[in-house]
Design a protein around this ligand. Structure first.
Ligand SMILES: [Zn+2]
Length: 402
């Protein structure tokens, strides 16, 4: 099974400068390639591929005296920078990301190193073109085939290594018979991180909300500082630190939540992110909650795989909020501000978010059956959405207590 782990590393000053040179070379290759591609497209209407067309320029540049320093960097890392650029363009053309931008000296830095060798990593890691082994703080030993190492330096100056490795073990097969009560539909809400078809609603914890508020305040303060001033540089660092705290708190919380979902269920149903992105929303709060959601789904995916739990991603375009989960009646319109509604056909009352989660579960069951998995009919789809109002109340108090 492929496994990924990210650890903090503690390079010596000498290793730090080697790493910083490496990051600089990777950044230089990215920026130069991007400039060439942009120019070619604007002036000659030609689309270049970084992987094919620009890769050939790397050895040429290294022979040039002006760019000879490029030879000091890990050449695989430079090539990877070009692959990443192609990927960024692909994401842009598929509407998943913005147009690739130039990378600055001050932002997050990274470089990717292919290793492909058997290794036991405990306490230190070795990187091409960096002298000695870099001290690393690992939570557990990494054994097996080490495929790649991505090194990075955060804006606040901390160094990290993300290791991707194959531990040689087989992933467990998911259960052939999936009990309906062990299937959960999980949706993202405007005010909650997660809404489960069981009625549970999970808010982001208070410390995370507080950190996010603090970040916004620091961002505002930064925008008031004069450009190029010392105070602005200080404010920028404060923003970066606040950012880091928010990201860490969020990751920690999401790890706990995804672990719980995987431990409690045989199958988890979510809406595919590709579909979510199609519904591009101009509501800022929504965009932010969707971004956090994406990170959570990633964690759910690998945890589910490692535990042999089905993760069903619904790919079809279906209106989860405005379809009655009891009788399938579809409303023409349901504005974001409407939190509860009554079905005109069957008369049931719906909490907007819980109804969406119930639909995810319902359609997830169909998807599992289509895939050849056995889902017994008993256990009642209908029972999964009992008195919705009561369920949402208990869900709320549970979230507050947590
Ligand atoms: Zn209905």
């Amino acid at each position: 099974m492929l496994r990924a782990t990210k650890v903090r590393i503690y390079p010596t000053p000498e290793q730090q400068s080697a790493l910083d040179r490496q990051f600089g070379s990777v950044r230089f290759v990215w920026n130069r390639a991007l400039a060439i591609m942009r120019h070619r497209y604007r002036v000659h209407g030609q689309s270049l591929s970084a992987k094919h067309d620009l890769k050939k320029l790397l050895p040429v540049a290294k022979r040039n005296r002006r760019y000879a320093w490029l030879a000091e960097a890990d050449s695989m890392a430079l090539q990877q920078s070009l692959l990443n650029l192609d990927r960024a363009f692909k994401a842009f053309f598929e509407g998943r990301a913005r147009y690739p931008s130039f990378k600055g000296r001050r932002g997050r830095q990274s470089s990717y190193h292919l290793t492909g060798r058997t290794a036991v990593v405990a306490g230190a890691i070795e990187i091409p073109k960096v002298p000695g082994a870099i001290e690393a703080r690992l939570h557990r030993e990494v054994t097996g085939l080490l495929k790649s190492i991505t090194l990075s330096r955060s804006v606040t100056g901390k160094y990290y290594a993300a290791l991707l490795y194959d531990d040689g073990a087989r992933a467990p097969e998911p259960a052939a018979v999936v009990m309906p009560e062990a299937i959960v539909g999980v949706d993202v809400g405007l005010t909650h991180l997660m809404i489960e078809s069981t009625g549970r609603k999970t808010e982001n914890p208070r410390h995370l909300r507080r950190a996010a508020k603090n970040l916004r305040r620091k961002q505002k303060s930064l925008s008031r500082k004069k450009k190029g001033s010392k105070n602005r540089a200080k404010a920028r660092l404060r923003v970066a630190k606040a950012h880091e705290r928010v990201a860490n708190a969020r990751a920690d919380f999401q790890h706990k939540q995804s672990r719980r979902l995987v431990d409690e269920n045989q199958a988890i149903v979510v809406e595919s992110l590709a579909i979510k992105n199609l519904l591009k929303n101009h509501c800022l709060a929504r965009a932010i909650s969707d971004a956090a959601w994406g990170l959570l789904v990633t964690k759910l995916k690998y945890k589910a795989k490692a535990a042999g739990v089905h993760l069903v991603e619904l790919n079809r375009f279906a209106p989860t909020s405005k379809t009655c989960s009891l009788c399938d009646h579809k409303l023409d319109d349901l504005p974001l501000a409407v939190r509860t509604w009554t079905c005109p056909k069957c008369g049931s009352e719906h909490d907007r978010d819980l109804n969406a989660a119930a639909n995810l579960k319902r359609w997830g069951i169909l998807e599992l059956r289509t895939g050849g998995w056995h889902v017994p009919a008993c256990g009642g789809l209908r029972k999964s959405t009992p008195a919705v109002v009561a369920a949402s109340e208990t869900g709320n108090s549970a979230a507050q207590a947590a």
